[in-house]
Ligand binder design. Structure first.
Ligand code: HEC
Ligand code: HEC
Ligand code: HEC
Ligand code: HEC
Ligand code: HEC
Ligand code: HEC
Length: 427
């Protein structure tokens, strides 16, 4: 057995699997993946759907030519501060929403790969039936992505084991003919597993290393699965949900055309975890006077009166006839998740539209984001905590600055203040 030690088939097997998994990992770092990791939270690559940032369809036509796109993607702040015309224009156009700075995180080659991915729209995939039909781009892309690396690795392990088995037979008969030539006894046939066991006993350290790799790999995929909850099943999330409400209430008409502030109706959004849905009394503040609407005339507004027990002909209320409106909740987090509006809106200074889309253009309120754990976490990884001028953070900021002074160009994203800890979001 000794003479096989330097390159026994089992060693070749392990080495091959190791390099194979390694190279698959490298080749998967393509534009699509990079885009999904870094940009997809805020941009749709091939449509003009508005997320936090604009959809990137047609970007090569509207953005300045040359290496503008590259400069923008690596450091948009620099371009905006430098007064670049197009940069300042889009910055203003999208409500001064900040795009992440990627300098230091992405290389030039990464950006090229991302741009190539944006340039080449995925082949249209026809989805037939099922809840995924007509779903968003994310679903189509998730089902597109070719063979999973894990199947490639498993497949190659199986092939290598078969090869190994065959080679072993050949080796055994070669050994025996050599033995016969030298007049020695034939080596008895040892079972494959027996041989593997002997080999492993002889290579404890190597086996140990692989065991560790496998255990950690397993833990990593558990974590990923956990973290991605809801993502592979995007159709299961309620994104795009817009139930019909008891009254045809339009945000476009109220918050858009008539510019009524969100807080006028969702008055607890800055003070508590719930934004709150206005009671019928709030509607009556205006609708006691406004008895006709532009689209439905008196029909829909009459439902407000019915709920309030109000008789417009007599201008009186009858409390015994009150009948609260039963609005259907659009956004629903499971009970085990804790989400707090005031923390995001007041402390985090996040605009409603970042999470809810532009209500000012919706006639029917619709859920625009998946509300999965990945969605929360991706934002926590990417969004910098706005500490400046925020008394709550003055001390923390000073301490962090001191801790990292001159060492790194650290970004204080939400994950750095504990935004990925399970207990922060889960009861
Ligand atoms: C945190 C959200 C966010 C992330 C992450 C993000 N962007 Fe943006 N991006 C924006 C916003 C918002 C704008 C609009 C301009 C502004 O407000 O600064 C924008 C603008 C752009 C534009 C110009 C769009 C136009 O219509 O002219 C391009 C191109 C772009 N982003 C590419 C990328 C790429 C590529 C990535 C990933 C490497 C990325 N962005 C990641 C938010 C983001
Ligand atoms: C005149 C009152 C009024 C104003 C102003 C208003 N809303 Fe609403 N909003 C409502 C009512 C009533 C509902 C419940 C009915 C519905 O879902 O359409 C609602 C529902 C919502 C929902 C869905 C809640 C759920 O069930 O999950 C969101 C999100 C929302 N509003 C955000 C906003 C934002 C953002 C603004 C400002 C741009 C705004 N609203 C302005 C009255 C108002
Ligand atoms: C960081 C993301 C985020 C921001 C910013 C945000 N919301 Fe929400 N909003 C949510 C989530 C998540 C829910 C679902 C909460 C639940 O089911 O417990 C929600 C639910 C709501 C509801 C339903 C009622 C309730 O309180 O659950 C209303 C109304 C609402 N948001 C209005 C607003 C308004 C108005 C603003 C801006 C002033 C705003 N939201 C900002 C994420 C956000
Ligand atoms: C701050 C004032 C204000 C409040 C509060 C308010 N509305 Fe209105 N509402 C208006 C105005 C302004 C119009 C448009 C009237 C017009 O254009 O003729 C309107 C129109 C309407 C219409 C008619 C739509 C149509 O096209 O026919 C409905 C229905 C309506 N509101 C429902 C509600 C409900 C339900 C509430 C409470 C959740 C509410 N409004 C709260 C100001 C208000
Ligand atoms: C658009 C970006 C964004 C999204 C989406 C978002 N968050 Fe946040 N979240 C923030 C920011 C910014 C802060 C930091 C606020 C502050 O300064 O305390 C924060 C803070 C928090 C904190 C406090 C963390 C700490 O360490 O104090 C919790 C809990 C939290 N978010 C839960 C959620 C949950 C649950 C969701 C998904 C339903 C979610 N967030 C989605 C941006 C986001
Ligand atoms: C930033 C907020 C946030 C953090 C941090 C977070 N979660 Fe979640 N988690 C969520 C949200 C939101 C959901 C609901 C997703 C959905 O309904 O699709 C969820 C769902 C889950 C579920 C699925 C439960 C079910 O009903 O299917 C599990 C399990 C889970 N989280 C475990 C964890 C663990 C373990 C950690 C820590 C490593 C963690 N979460 C950290 C926000 C968070």
């Amino acid at each position: 057995m000794k003479n096989y030690k330097c390159c026994s088939p089992l060693q070749i097997l392990f080495a091959a699997v190791f390099f194979l998994s390694f190279s698959i990992k490298l080749s998967a770092q393509d534009g699509e993946k990079l885009f999904k990791q870094n940009c997809a939270v805020c941009h749709a690559a091939h449509t003009d759907q508005m997320l936090t940032g604009p959809g990137l369809k047609g970007i090569f036509d509207r953005a300045p030519k040359g290496d503008w796109l590259k400069k923008w993607i690596l450091n948009n702040e620099k371009l905006i501060k430098g007064g670049d015309a197009y940069a300042t224009q889009i910055y203003a156009k999208y409500g001064k929403a900040a795009m992440t700075v990627f300098e230091g995180q992405l290389t030039d080659a990464d950006v090229d790969a991302i741009l190539t991915y944006i340039k080449t729209p995925p082949v249209e995939k026809v989805v037939t039936g099922g809840p995924a039909a007509g779903a968003d781009e994310g679903v189509a892309e998730a089902s597109k992505g070719g063979i999973e690396p894990i199947y490639l690795i498993l497949g190659s392990i199986v092939i290598l084991i078969i090869l190994l088995y065959a080679l072993r037979g050949v080796r055994h008969s070669l050994q025996n003919s050599a033995n016969r030539a030298e007049g020695k006894e034939e080596t008895p046939e040892v079972s494959f597993f027996e041989e593997a066991k002997q080999w492993m006993q002889g290579h404890r350290r190597l086996v140990g290393v692989f065991a560790i790799i496998i255990v950690f790999g397993g833990m990593k995929s558990c974590w990923d699965a956990c973290y991605n909850i809801g993502v592979y099943y995007d159709w299961k999330t309620q994104k795009g949900y817009k139930p019909e409400q008891p009254i045809k209430f339009s945000h476009k008409l109220h918050a858009g055309d008539n510019e009524i502030a969100c807080q006028y109706c969702h008055s607890s959004v800055e003070k508590s975890r719930h934004a709150g849905i206005p009671s019928v009394n709030i509607c009556m503040n205006c609708h006691k006077g406004i008895q006709k609407g532009p689209q439905y005339g008196e029909k829909e507004i009459a439902k407000i009166y019915e709920a309030a027990g109000f008789d417009p002909s007599k201008n009186t209320y009858d409390p015994s006839k009150q009948n609260p409106l039963k609005w259907i909740k659009v956004h629903n987090l499971p009970d085990h998740v804790y989400f707090n509006h005031s923390q995001h809106v007041v402390v985090g200074k996040i605009d409603c539209a970042t999470c809810h889309g532009n209500l000012k253009e919706m006639t029917v309120a619709e859920q625009k984001n998946p509300l999965t754990m990945k969605w929360c976490i991706d934002c926590h990884r990417n969004t910098q905590v706005s500490m400046e001028g925020n008394a709550y953070y003055d001390r923390l900021h000073a301490a962090l600055k001191e801790k990292y002074a001159g060492k790194y160009d650290v970004k204080f994203t939400v994950d750095k203040i504990g935004g990925l800890e399970c207990g922060k979001c889960h009861y």
